[in-house]
Each structure stands twice: as C-alpha cells, then as structure tokens.
Design a protein. Structure first.
Lengths: 173, 617, 104
C-alpha cells in the first residue's frame, strides 16, 4: 500500500464521484460545480503520471476557462421559471437502451484493457517536464502547434459571428 | 381425302380468326367470309364421305402429353358415323350462314355474330372428328362456349344474359357426369381412345357393372347437352338468342351432340342392359313430357324448342332400343326439318315483329312461300307418310317395339299424336284465320333467306329415302359398314303411326282451322292440367327453390368466409406491419440525442461482438 | 513495485467516458450535454497521458498530444456555446427535445 497507490485511489474516487454527482444533481449550476471537482481530481492524476505541465494547463483551462464559459452559457439562456434540469421525458426506452448500450460497451472495453501491461515505463518525464514539452512542441510538433493556433483563431471568429445579434434585429430594437 | 379430314373444321376456325381481326372493317362482307368457309368445309366433308365409301376407318393421332407411362393423343378418325355427321353439320351450318346474312342485316355486331358462328362450327366439326373421350370433352366444352356466346348475343337484354348463363351452367351439370364417367373409364381401361374402350368391353376387362356405371354417367352428359329431362329447362330459354342460332345450335347440331356421343360410344352402352333401359326410359319420358308442354305454349319459338326436346327424346329412345341407325336417321331428318321450321319462324318473326302466336294470323296470304315451307316442315315432323319424318319415326317405333319396350312404344305413339297436334295448332294459328297483328306492311323475306329454306324443304322431303324398307336401307348399310340386319318391318306399326299423325292433324284443324270445336273444349274441363302444362310443370320454380337456394346458401357462406376470415387475415397482416412500422418510425423524431443514441447502440453492439469473438473480425 | 498499473488508469478513463457518454445522450438541457462532452474529452486525455508514461513507447509525445486535445476542446466549447446562444435566441428554449426540425 504505497503512497502513490493511496493517492491514485483517492483522486480516482473523487473524479468518479464528481461525474456521478454531475449526472444526478438537479440544478445546472450544481452540476457545473461537480464537474469542477472532477477536473481538479484529474489534474491531480496528471501529477501522479509525471505530467506537471499538463496538470497546470488542465486546471487553468478546464476548471478555469471552460467552466466559466459553461456558466456564461447557463446564465445567458435561463428562463425565469425553469432553472431545474429535467431528464428527458417520454424517453424511458431511449434512456434504458442507452444505459444498457453504455454498460455493454464499457464491459467490452474493460475486457480488453483490464490486463493491459506493456511492461515499459518512462523514467525521465518528471525531470524538467516543461522544458521537455517545449522542446518537443517546437521541434517535432511545430506544424500541429501552428495549426492549433489557427484553429483557435477560427473558433474565436466563428463564435463571435455565431453569437452576434443580427443587424436587422438590432435595428428593430 | 380422308387423310386430310382435319381441314374440315379448319375453315370455320379460320373464318373466326379473320372476322375477329378484320370484322369491324368488313361489316356486312363478313357474311361472305363465313359462307365461303362453311361451303368449303361442306365440300371437303363430302369428299371425305365419298372417300370413306368402301374404305375402312381411318385414324391419325399424335402424342401431346405424357405423364409417366400414360400418353394422351390428339388426332382424328373417320368412321362411317363421323363422315355422315360432318356432311350434315357443315351443310346446315352453311345454310344458316346464308340465312343469317338476311336476318341479321343492319345489326351493329354483324361480324361478331359470324365470328361466333365460325367458332361454333369449328367446335362441332372437331367434336365429331374426335377419336378419344378427352378430345371430345374439350370440343364438347367449346361447343357449350359457342352456344353461350350466341345465346347471349343480345347481351343488353336481361333475358338473353340469364338464358346464356342458364344454358352454360345446366350443361355443365351434365358435363360433371360425363367427366366422372370419362375418368372412371380411363382408370379401368387405361386409355381414352374409343377403340381401346371398345376392345376392353369386348375382352371383358371392363366388368358389366362398371360398364353400366360409366355408360350412365356419360349419358348424364348427353342429357345435359341434348336437353333431356331433368336438364331440359335451358333449351326453351335459349330461344332468347337470334333465330339462326336457334336453328343451327338448338335444332340441328349442338343438341344432337348428345345423341352423337351415345351413338359413338354405342358398343359401351350395348354391353349393359341397364344403361340401355335408362337411355330409353329417359328418352321416352322426355318425348311425351316435352310434347305435352308444347301443346299450350304461345311463343312460336318456344313451341319449336319443346318440339326439339321431344324429338331428341325420340332419338334417345331409339338408342335405348338398340338401334343407333334409327337414332342417326332421325337426327339427320330432324336437323333438316327442324332447321327449316326455325328459319321459317324466323322469317315470320322478321316480318311481324313479335313471337306471340296470338298476335299473328292470316299470314299465308301475305307470305305464301314461307307458309308453304312451314307446311312442308310441319308435315315432315308430324310423320305424314312419304315425307322424311315418317320414315325416321317409323324406324324408331319399330326398334322400340322389337326390342321389347311395349310401354315405351305406346308412349312414343302418344307423343307422335301430340307432335302432329301442336305443330298444326301452330300452323293454323300463325298462318290461318284472321289477321290479329297490327303490322302494316308484311312481306316475304329476301331471297338470301328464302334460298336456304328452299334447300332444307327439299331435303325435308327427300332425305327420308336414304333408309326405307321399300327402296333400300342405304343409311343402315352405311353406318354399320354393311352389317345391317334387314329384318322384316311389321307393317302395322307404319299404319298405326300414319293414322295417329292424321288424327292429330285433323284435331288441330277442327280446333284451330275450321273452328268447329272451341279452343278450350278440353282445357276448360281440366284447368289444373292446363295450368300445369302452361307453367311447364313448374320445374323451373322447383329448381329455383331447391338447387338455386342451396347454391345461394353455399355461396353466401363462402362470401362471408372470404370477407371475414381471409380478408381479416390479410388486414391483420397489414395492421401488424403498420404497427411495427409506427414503432420503428419513432426513432426518426428529429432529435439529435435519439440519433446519437441509435448510432452509439450500434457501435456498442459491434464492440461487444468484437470482444466476444476474440478480438478478430 | 506496487505502483499503480496502467490498466487502472485506463479503467478509470473508461468509467469517466461512459459517464460522460450516458449524460450526452440522455440529458435534456443543451448546456449539460456540452458539459458531458467535455467530460468525455477529459477521459481521453487521461488515457493519452497514461500511455505517455506506461505505454508501448513511453515518451513526452502523449503529453504533447494531450495539450493539443485540451486546446481543441476549449475551442470546441466556445463554438458550442456560441451555437447554443444563437439557438436560444431563435427558439427561446434550451431543451434539446424541442429542437426536432430535422424530423423529415
């Protein structure tokens, strides 16, 4: 029972509980909070896996930016009366079928991965992790890097255009 | 020529096809096609007849169906009987074709009429040439079809439609008997061919009991087709068709097919005394039964129809008395004088516009030639000495007496008295006395109608001389290929027949000609009997109550079974598919999550299968 | 060595993925669906980083890949929310059931 094992167990449990809570809470804002819980546990798991930089980015982006964006979405699309999240009505069969399918899928993949062991282990990931990432990023992976930058730009512009009010509408008002 | 006898039915068939295709354009010219075809047929038939003199039976056949070891053939054979029938049928058909050119003039469906006539003639000639029962049956049905088409020619008249259906269905009832008998014979003998059947009868392969059974069954078919009791009611109703049709089909040819069948299968019938007795009794009974009904009818064609039924009864009586020669003799003479009578009646109807004899009268002044023809025919059918009917009827009476049918003999004599009476009642009411009609311009028919009548009148007079005890029994020798037994004919029978005919004519003259006896001197005394005769013994009504109701009930049952059971199952299946479809359609509700769920379920299924088949696909 | 085996991480990722998938296919609010999609992407990231350490060719590549995934996920979340807002403006609802004009 090493510390690593204990840490993994705790963090894993936290992540799963966050996910399950998210599904079962009724108010959307509570759901987002549970999600944040999950994100932070995952960041901890990344640290366990010697990926400190990724952990930092996870906390920054996910539990920071994306959570805020979700909250913005909730705020801007709320009806006064209806704040609760209702599960799908009249979709009992769909829910059941989906649940069964998800379970079956999970079981099948579990059968595939539960004894997977390559026997190899990376030893030096934790030494100057950021520098290693930087080197890899700017040498081998420069092109995906640039393309990602373009993606972000495109997403930015697209989001603005999509969310913009129509000129005609603006004139009416 | 005998080898080519198969072309005799071919010409009318050709005329049928030509008229089907080009009839609409040809209109009145179709008569020439029909007449030419039947004339050529007649010439060919004469050639076959001449060729057959002195020669033996010719037969040609070809295998057309094999099943296991059984082989069925089609072909034709030329026996003495066949050759004679070919000539008679083609001659009468030709004369009727000529007559119809005048009678049916102006009709819209002129070419259709001639096409049907061609079809019918083909079928009748084919029937006569058939060497085996199966082929006979096929042509038998085809003849029935021709009759149906022609009776129902005026299809816009309800009575014509009903009469056509009645004729077809009633003869079908008889055909069931024929068919069963045929199959039974096949199962015992192993072949449909006439010669095989006759050989089996001779050898004893066919037991007497079975011979009786099959003969009676086949006779049932003849009963239907020849209008014997109890399947006779269709014949009077068939008068709804045009008069040339009545002359050809219901006097001379189709109804004679039943007589022909029994004559062709005569060795089979001779093997069974019971069958012979059945044939004779049915024939004799029908003869007097129909004659009695004809005594009081007022529709000219109906009287002639019942007369046909009665005369056919005579022919059956002859067959049952062991003399197929007498039957065929009477068939020949009857064909001529009955066709003559019908054509003359058609001439009258054409002129006066009605078929009710109460509305006719005094026509001999306006239509002397037609009257003379009718008189000749009436004299012939009544058995007045030296005309054809006298000789042929005499043969029948002699045969009945010598075979031992005492009772049937006197019944036949009584029927002969009735025959003379009603024929001359008809003559005097139509042609004699005062004019009771209101048609202004009554005139003779055109030459194209008179010429066939003339030919038939001549034949009605002279055709008796082909078989007389005085001048030579040519027909008898011919039909039996020289083996005719020339027995001494009891003269007293001839005298009795002659006296009875004269008595009948005299009584008719008293009542309807000279009017010294009141018309109802007898009928007023026995009103019950009169109404029975007038209503044809209520047989039609009886059939309607019994057979009609039973069939109606069965068909109603089937209708309900069809509507509720079968349609129910069909709609059930349709509803089931509908329901299944509506279940499936719920997936297509436009919601993204549903679509995503369905896609994912499919993926999950694939992954699970992959996992369970060891990870290899 | 009682370190945590690779399969543990993979199983954890699988569980999170399944949770996210179920939510994405079942929840009624569009925002919640988007949230669940983020959860699924996170599970994938865990897988990538785990393979970076314990996989067949351990190295830094897995982590770099995870970084890219995070970036794209962020972009996707932004665009998704923009679409949500545009949809909300048109339909005045955030219930995914009511957006079914793709029916035929």
């Amino acid at each position: 029972m090493s510390g690593e094992y204990l840490a993994f167990l705790t963090l894993a449990l936290a992540a799963i509980i966050g996910g399950v809570l998210m599904l079962n809470l009724s108010k959307v804002v509570h759901m987002v909070t549970a999600l944040v819980f999950t994100f932070i546990s995952i960041a901890g798991l990344y640290v366990l896996l010697s990926a400190e930089f990724v952990a930092a980015v996870q906390v920054l982006i996910y539990s920071g930016a994306i959570t805020i964006i979700m909250l913005f979405g909730i705020m801007l699309t709320r009806h006064r009366e209806e704040d609760k999240e209702k599960t799908t009505t009249g979709g009992f069969w769909r829910k059941t079928a989906t649940a069964i399918a998800v379970f079956a899928f999970g079981a099948a993949v579990y059968l595939g991965v539960y004894q997977l062991d390559f026997g190899e282990k990376a030893e030096h990931l934790h030494e100057k992790n950021t520098e290693q990432i930087g080197v890899a990023l700017y040498s081998y992976y420069i092109i995906p890097f640039e393309i990602t930058a373009v993606i972000l730009l495109v997403a930015l512009v697209g989001a603005i255009i999509l969310a913009k009010k129509d000129d005609r509408e603006a004139q009416k008002k | 020529m005998m080898e080519m006898a198969w072309i005799v039915p071919l010409f009318p068939l050709l005329s049928f096809f030509i008229l089907l295709l080009a009839g609409k354009k040809m209109k009145e010219a179709s008569a020439y096609v029909g007449m030419l075809a039947t004339f050529v047929s007649f010439l060919a038939a004469c050639a076959v007849l001449v060729d057959r003199i002195g020669a033996s039976t010719y037969k040609a056949e070809q295998v057309w169906l094999t099943a296991g070891r059984a082989k069925w053939t089609v072909g034709f054979e030329v026996t003495a009987l066949n050759a004679w029938m070919l000539v008679v049928v083609s001659l009468v058909s030709f004369l009727v074709h000529m007559y119809a050119k005048g009678y049916m003039r102006g009709d819209e469906r002129f070419s259709v009429f001639y096409a049907y006539l061609g079809l019918f003639t083909f079928a009748m000639l084919g029937l006569v040439l058939s060497p085996n029962l199966l082929q006979t049956y096929m042509f038998w049905e085809l003849v029935g079809l021709g009759s149906f088409l022609l009776i129902g020619f005026y299809f816009y008249k309800e009575e014509a439609k009903a009469a056509a259906k009645k004729a077809f269905i009633m003869t079908r009832v008889g055909d069931v008997g024929f068919f069963i008998g045929m199959i039974l014979l096949f199962s015992q003998v192993g072949s449909f061919e006439y010669e095989d059947i006759f050989k089996a009868v001779q050898d004893g392969t066919l037991s007497p009991a079975l011979a009786t059974l099959t003969a009676v069954l086949i006779f049932i078919g003849a009963v239907g087709k020849s209008g014997q009791f109890p399947l006779h009611t269709w014949l009077p109703d068939a008068m709804a068709g045009p008069t040339p049709v009545s002359a050809l089909i219901h006097a001379a040819t189709m109804v004679a097919a039943g007589v022909y069948l029994v004559a062709a299968l005569f060795p089979l019938f001779e093997a069974s005394a019971v069958a012979m007795r059945t044939v004779a009794v049915v024939g004799g009974f029908t003869a007097i039964f129909a004659a009695s009904i004809a005594l009081v009818q007022t529709d000219i064609k109906r009287v002639l129809a019942y007369s046909t039924v009665s005369q056919l009864g005579y022919m059956m009586l002859a067959l049952g008395s062991g003399s197929d020669v007498a039957a065929i003799f009477h068939l020949t003479t009857h064909a001529f004088f009955k066709a003559l009578l019908f054509l003359a009646a058609g001439s009258v109807i054409h002129a006066v516009g009605t078929q009710d004899i109460e509305k006719m009268g005094g026509l001999w002044r306006k239509m002397p030639l037609t009257a003379a023809m009718f008189l000749v025919g009436a004299l012939a059918i009544s058995g007045v000495p030296f005309l054809s009917g006298f000789f042929s009827k005499d043969e029948i009476l002699v045969a009945a007496w010598t075979y031992g049918y005492g009772g049937l003999f006197w019944i036949a004599v009584a029927a002969s008295f009735f025959t003379a009476f009603y024929m001359f009642r008809l003559f005097f009411l139509v042609f004699g006395g005062k004019e009771r009609h209101d048609v202004k311009d009554v005139h003779e028919s055109p030459a194209v109608m008179m010429l066939p009548m003339l030919v038939l009148a001549v034949l009605a007079v002279v055709s008796g001389y082909i078989h007389t005890p005085w001048f030579g029994t040519f027909l008898g020798d011919w039909l039996t290929d020289g083996g005719y037994a020339h027995e001494a004919t009891p003269v007293w029978i001839m005298i009795v027949a002659a006296i009875v005919s004269m008595l009948g004519i005299f009584l008719a003259w008293l009542m309807y000609g000279k009017r010294s006896l009141a018309r109802d001197w007898l009928s007023s005394r026995v009103p019950f009997m009169y109404s029975m005769l007038w209503n044809k013994y209520y047989i039609d009504e009886f059939y309607a109550w019994t057979v009609g109701c039973a069939v109606n009930a069965i068909s109603r049952l089937c209708y309900y079974a069809d509507r509720f059971v079968i349609e129910g199952i069909a709609s059930l299946i349709a509803a089931a598919v509908n329901t299944a479809a509506s279940f499936g359609a719920r997936v297509q509700n436009g919601q993204v999550q549903t679509y995503g769920a369905v896609a994912f379920i499919g993926l999950a299924l694939l992954v699970v299968i992959l996992a369970f088949t060891g990870g290899y696909l | 060595m009682s370190s945590v085996p690779l399969s543990a991480y993979l199983v954890l990722a699988l569980i999170l993925f399944c949770i996210g998938l179920y939510g994405a296919l079942t929840k009624r609010n569009i925002v919640v669906v988007l949230i669940c999609i983020e959860l699924m992407l996170n599970a994938v990231n865990i897988n990538l980083v785990a393979f970076a350490k314990y996989g067949a060719h351990p190295g830094i590549t897995g982590q770099v890949f995870a970084l890219f995934t995070i970036a794209v996920a962020a972009a996707e979340a932004a665009v998704g929310l923009a679409v949500l807002i545009a949809l909300y403006r048109n339909r005045k609802t955030v219930h995914i059931d009511e957006i079914d004009s793709m029916k035929h």
